[in-house]
Design a protein around this ligand. Structure first.
Ligand code: SF4
Length: 380
């Protein structure tokens, strides 16, 4: 029987670069975009030769950058290449990330006809002043219109992204944004705590003293506020940054946290297949040079050692609401996690940071989720 496989396709182009953006994205010309898509076709074909025989695809995710900034036929063309070379399950989850002001009715229709059944759309905040400061190119009204357009065409499986901890943002802003999403009945919310990454415009502004980073205790208050509002409205936190109404958890993200197999296409795309991790170059020009010669653009590849796999197991499992199943750990690594970490676990349980169920599942508590990195550090 074929194993499940998730596919990620990176589209690195955006209308403009947001102030805080640390992703691999750039403002590209139409010609650059066309060349890039052609290279993607080549990569899909080449990787399929190696993997398609052993896997069937259960989720596909178009991320970026801004996939909806590409011409309308791009998603259709890439998907038709995937359908040609991989076996894709009938009920596969197919997500495309869209920007509120680059998603037209024609594009939505085109995506849906091609098989897209989930949309992920960036709102970030409902404070227009902060949206502007972030360098976002849309307004809250653009977001609302986009949601209406997607719904009008029959798709209700929608995620909205929020950011918390942006300079100038208040707890009230976070509350307003979350309530806005609830009023629009968005069934899935991803909420990221801002990391001011080196190399971003925001980083330079912070370094120059033009912006103040929001202190950690305030960010935690914002996170707790968001969590309590979402919970009170029927959303469950199933991973530190992800919240869903019943039945709307994201299959694709689950693949990463469960350490299942996934293949990434495009610049800086990461893959993890059969215990081997590899990633493509982050340079669009180099990606093109390699693919135009029918050579893969893999830059880093390494088979994970047992210790590395154990660390990932702990790190990823503890971020999820499912928690760390110590029986699964023992099955995979032949080691008893509970006896190995007996003393540390006792301290964490006593402090109210984690719980241990009679079935041997360790879960972070609400208090523990706020110091997750520290807990993970203790247990790996
Ligand atoms: S839209 Fe997203 S990927 Fe593009 S610049 Fe803004 S944050 Fe970065």
């Amino acid at each position: 029987m074929k194993k499940n496989l998730s596919l990620y396709i990176h589209m690195p182009f955006c209308e403009r670069k947001c102030e805080y953006c640390g992703f691999n994205s750039k403002v590209g010309t139409d010609q650059e975009k066309a060349i890039y898509v052609k290279d993607l076709f080549t990569e899909i074909k080449m990787r399929a030769k190696e993997y398609a025989e052993y896997f069937s695809v259960d989720s596909i995710f178009f991320g970026g950058g801004t996939p909806s900034f590409m011409p309308a036929n791009t998603i259709r063309d890439v998907l038709s290449y995937i359908y040609r070379y991989f076996s894709v399950k009938n009920d596969a989850e197919i997500t495309v990330e869209v920007n509120p002001n680059t998603i037209t009715n024609a594009k939505i229709r085109e995506y849906i006809i091609s098989g897209v059944n989930r949309f992920s759309i960036g709102l970030q905040t409902t404070n227009e002043k902060i949206l502007k400061a972030m360098g976002r190119t849309h307004t809250v009204q653009d977001f609302d219109n986009a949601i209406e357009r997607i719904r009008d065409q029959g798709v209700s499986n929608i995620n909205a992204d929020l950011i918390i901890g942006y300079p100038g943002q208040t707890e009230k802003d976070v509350e307003n944004a979350v309530k806005h999403l609830i009023s629009l009945k968005i069934p899935h919310v991803s909420c990221y705590m801002l990391q001011v990454e080196e190399g971003t415009k925001l980083y330079k502004r912070v370094k120059a003293g033009l912006e103040n980073v929001v202190p950690d205790d305030k960010v935690i208050k914002m996170y707790n506020k968001m969590l309590s509002i979402l919970r009170a409205n029927g959303y469950a936190r199933y991973e530190f940054s992800n919240f869903a109404k019943p039945g709307f958890q994201c299959t694709h993200n689950q693949t990463y946290w469960d350490r299942n197999d996934y293949l990434g296409f495009g610049v800086s795309a990461h893959s993890y297949v059969s215990g081997v991790r590899f990633s493509n170059t982050d340079n669009v020009q180099l990606y093109h040079e390699r693919l135009s010669q029918e050579k893969l653009a893999t830059e880093i590849a390494n088979e994970l050692s047992k210790e590395e796999k154990q660390e990932e197991f702990v790190m990823l499992a503890l971020r999820t609401e499912k928690g760390l199943n110590t029986k699964d750990y023992e099955k995979e690594f032949g080691e008893n996690f509970l006896s190995k970490n007996k003393n540390k676990l006792a301290v964490l349980i006593k402090g109210g940071f984690v719980t241990l169920s009679p079935e041997g599942v360790i879960k972070a508590t609400d208090k523990g989720f706020l110091v997750l990195n520290r807990i993970i550090y203790e247990l790996i």
